[in-house]
Design a protein around this ligand. Sequence first.
Ligand SMILES: Nc1ncnc2c1ncn2[C@@H]1O[C@H](COP(=O)(O)OP(=O)(O)OP(=O)(O)O)[C@@H](O)[C@H]1O
Ligand SMILES: [Mg+2]
Length: 299
Amino acid sequence: MVLIALTYKKLVDRDFKILSVIEAEMPRYEYVPVDVIERRSRLPSTQVNAALQKLNQLKLVRRRLGDYVGYRLTYLGLDMLALRSLVERGVLHALGDTIGVGKESDVYSGLTPSGERVIVKFHRVGRTSFQRVVLVRPYLKDRPAYSWLYLAKLAGEREFKALQELHSVGARVPRPLGRSRHVVVTEYVEGVELYEYKDPIDPESMLVKVLETIRKAYLEVGIVHGDLSEYNIMVTIRGDEEEPLIIDWPQYVEKDHPSAPDLLRRDVSYVLRYFRKAYGVSIDLDRALAYVKGETETI
Ligand SMILES: Nc1ncnc2c1ncn2[C@@H]1O[C@H](COP(=O)(O)OP(=O)(O)OP(=O)(O)O)[C@@H](O)[C@H]1O
Ligand SMILES: [Mg+2]
């Protein structure tokens, strides 16, 4: 079992209570003072201290020693609160294997209470430098340096919202199932990423489907993916057709954002380049761009 699931099983109600008090106070304190935790949790001091000791050992909180003793959540602590909420709402029943550990997320498989296999994506902002974060997430440029946990929650929120809107207009994306904080649960796509997909049946139709999704996102939802490539497209087979689904949306930008035109051009050109290189299918960039922007009705 993965560390997150093992740790989750060790927690009792009291531990979750303390974690959520710390979470609630974190916007006010870099490290939440112990007396504040005691007051807000309304638990006896001995119980609070025992719980904090345990949470600290499990690395769910970080302790600050010095002129006062205080605690803040770690990513693992925030993971516990998110899982608890997803479990209580019946979105998730169990966490399974690691699917991928990336720069900005940890992705696991999971099971719902009814046994459906799902994807559980934990956003991790701040593993790389803030510079890079600003580069790939231009919407953060004008904000003060919020804590990483806050930024991760924001990424989760953005990705879930994008998926909900995309799914509601029938775009080819994994079905979103639920979110808590920085954790997004979606349908599990049985398939492989496009860069691993070697012998396509009908690459031309597949390319058209990808462009249709980019177009729907742009025209019906009003967003540009912004990080599109063969690594963020999953291919699955439905009926006997190839269905390319676009994943990984937290960095999207609104179509009226100043970088939107450049990002749209880059997204489309990366997709066209890959289809040309890997499958020998060519579509002209300007024609494809006119189509995704709704200037023409067909490619
Ligand atoms: N719905 C899904 N079904 C199946 N596999 C998925 C799904 N979503 C993500 N994955 C797998 O997990 C990987 C990482 O997911 P995603 O692209 O959303 O995160 P990421 O932030 O790009 O992570 P990284 O930093 O590793 O690129 C995908 O490349 C894919 O292999
Ligand atoms: Mg990705």
